[in-house]
Design a protein around this ligand. Structure first.
Ligand SMILES: NC(=O)c1ccc[n+]([C@@H]2O[C@H](COP(=O)([O-])OP(=O)(O)OC[C@H]3O[C@@H](n4cnc5c(N)ncnc54)[C@H](OP(=O)(O)O)[C@@H]3O)[C@@H](O)[C@H]2O)c1
Ligand SMILES: [Zn+2]
Length: 342
């Protein structure tokens, strides 16, 4: 099952809105087949694993390990539970039950009815952690929220800009920037407040990593931004949350969509993103935006980077009164990971 979880993780960044799934087929203690789910619409992990087995005659005497309950419905592909039955696989070991309504126990029931021995709940917690975006989306009806920012050694997230000078001030190293672009490629959406766009003029893409670009989301209540900002100059979509009165004046196009912002804005934003099928969002600042998420309590994970510079005076890092769960070094910078205990 650990190997199956390892395989499942390979789909991170391509598989959404589907869950990550890995599968291993074992005959007398030897792995004879492996597979994972790469992309929605592409074959499921179980099918890839079955098809990878050279001697199919061994299947009837093998155990299939899969990280999510095999599906029981005709979606873009036929049900995996049926294929397992057809291949006469005797034993199936499952990590997590699929909370998706069309499956949720039906895959297991189908296999058991056909005489397949099914064992569930193996490494269940590891599976839930791996698929935390998928489970949060189904169970909480909102995207999984990751807050990310960088601070200097003395606790500032930007220099003081008394004369309104523009341009981002790098706090962490180049290696860390590449890691952040990898993180971007792993999530469905990336979100910032409008002042970050005005001050830093970021592109919010993955140019230092070979992954997909996430959907870019900007909170711009009073319509302060215009075409001159880089975020609007790349040919991928930007969703802008704006107060209704400004939304009416804004012209949407192929690459720009305006959505209304009201009170309880964090809740409204997450609800709208959920409706669009966004399973995870990386919130990258600035201070006000991050603080709104922290104050609302609606966040799941924080990735806090500390660079090696002192800034002396500037914009203080948002307050987080928790202890990190993990602390690592990234090329001299410090990375702390926090999970919301609530
Ligand atoms: N070190 C880092 O990791 C990092 C990352 C990003 C940015 N930064 C720095 O942070 C600074 C920008 O931060 P900032 O705090 O000034 O601005 P910001 O968070 O980028 O944007 C703030 C504005 O966005 C709107 N907004 C954000 N969240 C909202 C919500 N939930 N509901 C309604 N409106 C919301 C508000 O607009 P209204 O005021 O119109 O209501 C707010 O004033 C820059 O200096 C930038 O360099 C640092
Ligand atoms: Zn399936």
């Amino acid at each position: 099952m650990r190997r199956a979880l390892e395989l499942a993780a390979k789909g991170q960044g391509t598989v959404s809105p589907n869950p990550l799934v890995g599968c291993v087929i074992v005959y007398e203690g030897t792995i004879i087949g492996e597979g994972f789910h790469y992309k929605a619409g592409a074959p499921h992990a179980e099918i890839n694993a079955i098809e990878s087995v050279k001697n199919r005659a061994l299947l009837t005497h093998s155990t299939l390990y899969v990280t999510l309950e095999p599906c029981a419905h005709f979606g873009k592909t036929p049900p995996c539970a049926l294929r397992i039955i057809e291949e006469k696989i005797k034993r199936v070991v499952v990590c997590n039950r699929d909370p998706f309504e069309q499956v949720n126990g039906k895959g297991t029931a189908l296999m058991e009815k056909a005489g397949v021995e099914v064992i569930t709940g193996v490494l269940e917690q590891e599976g839930r952690t791996l698929n935390r975006r998928f489970f949060t989306s189904i169970e909480k009806q909102r995207p999984y929220v990751i807050l990310k920012w960088a601070k200097s050694l003395d606790g500032f997230m930007d220099i003081q800009r008394l004369t309104g000078e523009k341009g981002s001030f790098p706090i962490t190293g180049l290696h860390t920037r590449r890691l952040v672009h990898k993180w971007r490629s792993e999530e469905d959406a990336i979100l910032v407040g409008y002042n970050t766009i005005i001050v830093d003029d970021p592109q919010l893409n993955t140019r230092y990593y070979s992954g997909k670009n996430p959907l870019r989301v900007v909170i711009d209540p009073k319509g302060e931004l215009d075409e001159s900002h880089k975020v609007f100059q790349v040919d991928t979509k930007v969703v802008v949350f704006t107060d209704v009165q400004y939304q009416e004046k804004s012209t949407p196009n192929k690459f720009r969509e305006y959505l209304p912002l009201q009170k309880d804005s964090v809740g409204v934003i997450l609800e709208s993103l959920h409706q669009k099928g966004v399973r995870s969002v990386l919130v990258e600042g600035g201070r006000y935006t991050l603080s709104q998420f922290i104050a609302s309590g609606v966040w799941d994970e924080v990735r806090l980077l500390t660079g090696q510079k002192h800034i002396l005076t500037g914009m203080p890092s948002p307050d987080l009164t928790l202890s990190p769960v993990e602390v690592t070094q990234v090329d001299g910078d410090r990375l702390e990971i926090y999970y919301n205990p609530l």
